[in-house]
Design a binder for this molecule. Structure first.
Ligand code: C5P
Length: 310
């Protein structure tokens, strides 16, 4: 007599990238509590991988996480991936039941949008698993309800973001840029960094309408890493440095090591350095480690693709 094993439950695996902001220009806080932004996002080849597995109807959502600093990721409805399941289930009128597993490759709470990548990957994974085949614009609309950085994690590559950062226009780039990142175990809270930005700039923060990113866009189109390094700009950097003064030394070490440009990534505390080559990125990272100026170091390239089914 043959012995038939039960077929494994269907599952879908999706990969989504972390990001950096090549420029991040922040205007004065608006009435809704958000700051108008003009930013240039670049997706980098550090990825989150989300596996969504079918479970019986009514079973609800379950969540497991593996990877660096996985113990710092919440496993309940405060996790953006959990909220992504609820949002897409509501949108398509299906039962929000699925088992999610997240393999982390983006630093946790580092200003690199790892949680946003999880949410973007989860939207695409559920859409694929449930066969709902939503158009990308509809997924992007759902993504924007989850967080300002979630639509970019779907889109990937390089894009200009306006509004809260969620209105995206793809940007032309050539070639590959090499990045080194210094991360800290203790994260920074994004709302807290924005609050400090408000305190430091007062009511007179210049309007973002005046932002000029022509030099940066030209550097991207030409694949000119040196010009890109000179054009990096983050209006939240002063606030992040005020909250975490030790980041100044991390920036300085990379500058002394010949980085083409340095900045705090997004709302921090991750520090990003643009390198001349992969070897140079590895050397910068090694110096941070030797000087004890980071809890962990990462080397990668950008741009990288947006969320896609594996
Ligand atoms: O949109 P998201 O949930 O990622 O934003 C987290 C917090 O960051 C917001 O609650 C707000 O305090 C701050 N934020 C902001 N302006 C933006 C984006 C985020 O003030 N454009």
């Amino acid at each position: 007599m043959s012995h038939l094993a039960a077929a494994p439950a269907p599952s879908v695996r999706v990969r989504a990238p972390g990001k950096i902001n090549l420029t991040l220009r922040v205007g004065p806080v608006a009435e809704d509590g958000y700051h108008p932004l003009v930013t240039v996002f670049q997706a980098v080849a550090l990825h989150e991988e989300v596996t969504a597995t079918e479970v019986p109807e009514g079973a609800g959502i379950s969540l497991t996480v593996e990877g660096p600093q996985a113990e710092r990721v919440p496993l309940d409805s405060t996790n953006l991936a959990w909220q992504a399941v609820e949002a897409i289930a509501r949108h398509v009128g299906l039962d929000p039941s699925v088992a999610l597993h997240i393999a982390k490759g983006v630093p946790v709470a580092g200003g690199m949008a790892g949680g946003s990548a999880d949410a973007a990957a989860t939207l695409l994974a559920c859409d694929t698993l449930w066969g709902t085949a939503l158009p990308r614009e509809e997924l992007a609309g759902l993504a924007a309800t989850l967080g300002s950085d979630v639509p970019f994690a779907l889109l990937g590559h390089t894009a200009v973001g306006t509004g809260r950062g969620h209105l995206l226009t793809p940007a032309m780039t050539r070639g590959e840029f090499h990045w080194a990142f210094a991360t800290r175990d203790e994260g920074l809270s994004t709302p807290e960094v924005y609050r400090r930005f408000d305190e430091l700039t007062g009511p007179t923060a210049p309007s973002v309408g005046d932002a000029d990113d022509n030099g940066l866009m030209q550097a991207l189109r030409a694949g000119d890493a040196r010009a890109l390094g000179a054009a990096l700009q983050n209006d939240l950097e002063a606030a992040a440095l005020d909250l975490r003064p030790e980041l100044a030394r991390t920036l300085e070490i990379a500058q002394d090591g010949g980085a083409l440009g340095t900045m705090v990534s997004g709302s921090g505390p991750t520090v990003a350095a643009l390198a001349r080559s992969r070897q140079h990125a590895l050397a910068l990272a090694a110096t941070w480690t030797a000087e004890d100026a980071a809890d962990a170091v990462w080397c990668t390239t950008g741009p990288a693709s947006g969320a896609r089914v594996l």
